[in-house]
Design a protein around this ligand. Structure first.
Ligand SMILES: NC(=O)c1ccc[n+]([C@@H]2O[C@H](COP(=O)([O-])OP(=O)(O)OC[C@H]3O[C@@H](n4cnc5c(N)ncnc54)[C@H](O)[C@@H]3O)[C@@H](O)[C@H]2O)c1
Ligand SMILES: O=c1ccn([C@@H]2O[C@H](COP(=O)(O)OP(=O)(O)O[C@H]3O[C@H](CO)[C@@H](O)[C@H](O)[C@H]3O)[C@@H](O)[C@H]2O)c(=O)[nH]1
Length: 430
């Protein structure tokens, strides 16, 4: 089939390359000329394991990119993979979705045949029906459900395993209103269903599909926050939280995934998506207390870590190493990273901060240009008065004699990753 994908960032590039791998003919439309040039050159504009290979293999053949919306006319369906960031109050910013919907509508005005438009972006319930559909209709002069259909297909890929997650999904969620839309979606996803060994395909309404994405992320974020809440209680009683959480994870009704307690969740999705669905619920007059509590617990974890430091000394004038700057291991992405509130609070307290991360230093430097950055964890520890471990990079587990170079060997571990305990003043956050 011929597919167009508007937006070629993390999601748009991944799904374009994967759809090409599955045999579809794909064109990526993006307003960013550098991204378009990279893709047409066979280079992925984002770093994801396996993506470079897929882009290199299919670019110039089943995968191409353009800034020209007109190329959509030659395709059967369009996926919208546009950014949906948070505004200052946490609510969803639909600016890019609105602009692209209008551009798509203006383009589709010239199309004689039926077209399917699928929202891939994470959007609050009713957005596809009340924002995307009407804008396309107004700009194209066509009617939803007649000359074109709208649908919603949420994406569950994680950073660092995006290609794998797309090609071997736990489920495929298809939200639509007409048989024609479902039939086309079936054709689009048939090669994936076959390759992935028949994962469950959930056929549902459009706003249900939109909500499934938020519910999925909200549940996972809240699960981590509940693990953190329980781990904080464990600490009060001198109970080993890892043993408790490992044990409850053995209950098949609970499951062991996303019970990793520590400094909390960050990233480009959990913080913005929990904020967006909380704001949307409040907009309808419902107060989502449990979800707000999950956010509050998450926000509290960095402060608890700083309290453990302050119990030892006033950070003013002390050299504090922050080990791990990315929001999780395996990525250079610092969006929503829990190391950010740590660094902010340390700077406010007058500490001398040195950061280290195997890959995220340059991104962090843009945010905090004035702190020191070390080339290795060992270098960060030299003459430090304390080390705060913020990300669970494997290499931190191997640190040992490097701690001997610290001025005061205070190590506060936000991810229970450090293995050496003797000879250092070690405390785990949970
Ligand atoms: N990043 C993830 O791992 C992930 C996973 C699941 C869902 N999502 C959701 O998918 C959506 C996209 O996220 P992302 O991380 O890929 O965003 P991104 O910022 O990486 O990419 C968005 C792309 O859209 C382009 N764009 C913006 N306006 C445009 C327009 N009018 N026309 C054409 N292109 C335009 C930008 O240039 C950019 O390349 C969001 O709603 C996000 O919440 C993201
Ligand atoms: O047991 C755990 C698991 C994760 N985390 C933290 O949670 C955050 C998010 O991790 P992860 O879910 O692996 O990363 P993302 O790439 O942000 O993926 C999430 O967000 C995406 C965007 O919506 C969704 O598509 C994915 O399904 C969803 O897992 C990170 O800060 C992790 O350190 C923990 O603290 N404990």
């Amino acid at each position: 089939m011929k597919l167009s994908i508007i937006g070629s960032g993390y999601v748009g590039t991944t799904i374009a390359a994967c759809f090409a791998e599955l045999g579809h003919d794909v064109v990526n439309v993006d307003i960013d000329e550098d991204i378009v040039a990279a893709l047409n050159d066979g280079r992925s504009p984002i770093h994801e394991p396996g993506l470079d290979e897929l882009v290199a293999e299919h670019a110039g053949d089943r995968l191409r990119a353009t800034t020209d919306y007109e190329e959509i006319l030659d395709t059967d369906a369009t996926f919208l993979a546009l950014p949906t960031p948070a505004t200052d109050d946490g609510s969803i910013d639909l600016g890019a979705v609105k602009a692209a919907s209008t551009s798509l509508g203006e383009t589709l005005a010239a199309k004689d045949d039926y077209h399917l438009v699928v929202t891939k972006s994470t959007v609050v319930p009713t957005t596809t029906e009340e924002v995307v559909g009407p804008r396309i209709a107004a700009a194209s002069g066509k009617t939803v459900g007649e000359e074109f259909d709208i649908a919603m297909n949420p994406e569950f890929q994680r950073e660092g395993t995006a290609v794998e997650d797309f090609l071997a999904p736990d489920k495929i969620v298809l939200g639509a209103h007409t048989d024609r839309a479902y039939d086309l979606l079936d054709d689009i996803f048939a090669p994936l269903v076959e390759r992935a060994d028949e994962p469950p395909v959930v056929k549902t309404g459009i706003r249900e599909a939109e909500m499934i994405k938020y519910a999925n992320n909200a549940f996972l974020a809240a699960k981590i926050s509940l693990a953190n809440d329980l781990a904080n209680i464990c600490k009060e009683f001198g109970v080993d939280s890892a043993e408790v959480l490992d044990a409850i994870g053995l209950d098949s009704r609970i499951g062991s995934a996303f019970l990793g307690a520590g400094l909390g969740w960050g990233g480009s999705c959990f913080p913005k998506d929990t904020a967006a669905i909380i704001a949307a619920a409040r907009g309808r007059g419902y107060e989502p207390r449990l979800l707000q509590a999950a956010v509050d617990v998450n926000d509290g974890q960095p402060e608890r870590m700083l309290d453990l430091l302050r119990e030892r000394f006033d950070p003013e004038g002390k050299r504090v190493a922050v080990l791990g700057l990315s929001f999780k291991p395996g990525t250079d992405d610092i969006r929503g990273s829990r190391s950010i509130p740590l660094v902010e609070a340390l700077l406010d307290a007058g500490a001398d901060v040195v950061g280290y991360d195997p890959v995220a230093t340059e991104n962090m430097r843009e945010l905090f240009p004035d702190i020191d950055y070390a080339d290795s964890a060992a270098a960060a520890l030299v003459d430090a008065d304390a080390a705060l471990v913020a990300t669970d990079w494997d290499e931190f587990a191997a640190l040992d004699e490097q701690f001997d170079e610290m001025r005061e060997p205070v190590v506060i571990d936000g991810r229970r990753i450090v293995t050496r305990r003797d000879g250092i003043d070690y405390e785990s956050l949970v």
